[in-house]
Design a protein around this ligand. Structure first.
Ligand SMILES: Nc1nc2c(ncn2[C@@H]2O[C@H](COP(=O)(O)OP(=O)(O)OP(=O)(O)O)[C@@H](O)[C@H]2O)c(=O)[nH]1
Ligand SMILES: [Mg+2]
Length: 340
């Protein structure tokens, strides 16, 4: 199962102490107690939102702390409460206690909120301790410390972009050069035996998820090779990339490779074959790739297919491809309901 995970620590604000104070005024020799209560500490609140789609941000910032309540003051003034800290999380996030692994919250709808760590209650000031028999109490309460919790956040990822290619096309090399996923890479076919997901971070507030699946071969829909059973993992992706190896080592001509892949997809699921896609020529750093690349480019131009050429090794061409995908995924998100 594809799970994005983060481990964070949160600490709610502590309550402010109550005050111990007595009224001091000219001509009022023994003013009564007037110590106000301390303010409530800020809560740590999680809010599900469509604005974030991964747990990537939590890799950079792991500690969250809400401010404490202010102390109470004289003249019966209560301390102000600490502000709540609201942390946006993607829809579908499950929050677990890191020690007991119990589920504390399951955030499934947009704008759903949950208090994950409660701020401490403020202490009472001495004014509230006054009784007919003790009219000048010096008692006051200290604030209660805020809750501190160690949490595991989990998100089942749905991929935005699916990589489709013949074995050895360079799918795993691409995902490992654009995300922190590290599938095995080797020069023999069927290196990848199970799907991998990688989160690609394009800018501070833009990221998307790419799925790398085992390679497809001709006849896959009849059970040949490995990749076919994994196509269901990309059935819900918004966008497909057809990766075509144009290095001299590749056997087929690139257009045949592309048509083979397209045919296998159509045989699996006609709707999947209708998904928007781009064709990507890979390994352009290899010797003698010019002609094959041109053949593929001409073919794509003639059919109005988006075309990119890249080298995942030298990173040539990656940046325009990623900007294009980020733009496309963000358009899709703005026009589609969240799929959870
Ligand atoms: N020169 C060069 N070699 C590459 C590039 N990308 C991948 N390769 C090589 O091509 C071979 C196959 O790469 P993989 O990323 O494992 O290919 P794959 O498509 O994931 O293969 P399967 O998992 O078997 O379907 C490896 O030897 C890579 O080092 C590239 O941009 N340039
Ligand atoms: Mg692979």
């Amino acid at each position: 199962m594809f799970i994005d995970q983060a481990h964070i620590v949160v600490k709610a604000g502590s309550g402010g102490n109550g005050a111990c104070s007595f009224r001091r005024e000219k001509f009022v020799p023994r003013g009564g107690p007037d110590g106000g209560d301390g303010g409530h500490g800020g809560n740590i609140i999680f809010q599900a939102t469509t604005r974030v789609s991964t747990l990537l941000d939590f890799r950079y910032l792991r500690h969250y702390e809400a401010p404490s309540g202010q102390y109470g003051q004289g003249a019966n003034r209560s301390g102000s409460a600490g502000e709540n800290v609201i942390i946006p999380v993607p829809i579908g996030t499950i929050v677990k206690d890191a020690e007991t692994e119990t589920i504390l919250a399951d955030l499934i709808s947009d704008q759903q909120t949950v208090i994950i760590a409660h701020g401490g209650k403020g202490g009472r000031g001495n004014a509230t301790f006054a009784t007919p028999t003790n009219r000048a109490p010096r008692q006051f309460e200290t604030g209660i410390p805020g809750e501190e919790r160690s949490l595991i956040l989990e998100l089942k990822l749905l991929a935005d972009v699916g990589l489709v290619g013949l074995p050895n096309a360079g799918k795993s090399t691409l995902i490992s050069s654009i995300s922190s996923a590290h599938p095995e890479i080797a020069s023999y076919p069927f290196t990848t035996l199970r799907p991998h997901l990688g989160v690609v971070s394009v800018s501070e507030d833009q990221s998307f998820v790419v799925a790398d699946i085992p390679g497809l071969i001709e006849g896959a829909h009849e059970g040949k090779g490995l990749g076919f059973q994994f196509l269901r993992h990309i059935q819900r992706t918004a966008y497909l990339l057809f990766l075509i190896d144009i290095s001299e080592w590749s056997v087929d001509d690139p257009v045949t490779s592309f048509l083979t892949l397209k045919h296998e997809l159509e045989s699996f699921d006609a709707a999947l074959a209708q998904r928007p896609f781009a064709v990507v020529a890979t390994k352009i750093d290899s010797q003698g790739t010019g002609e094959l690349r041109q053949t593929l480019q001409d073919y794509c131009q003639a059919h109005h297919y988006a075309f990119f050429s890249i080298s995942a090794v030298t990173r040539d061409g990656l940046s325009p491809l990623l900007s294009f995908l980020a733009q496309h995924v963000s358009n899709m998100r703005n026009t589609c309901e969240p799929s959870f």
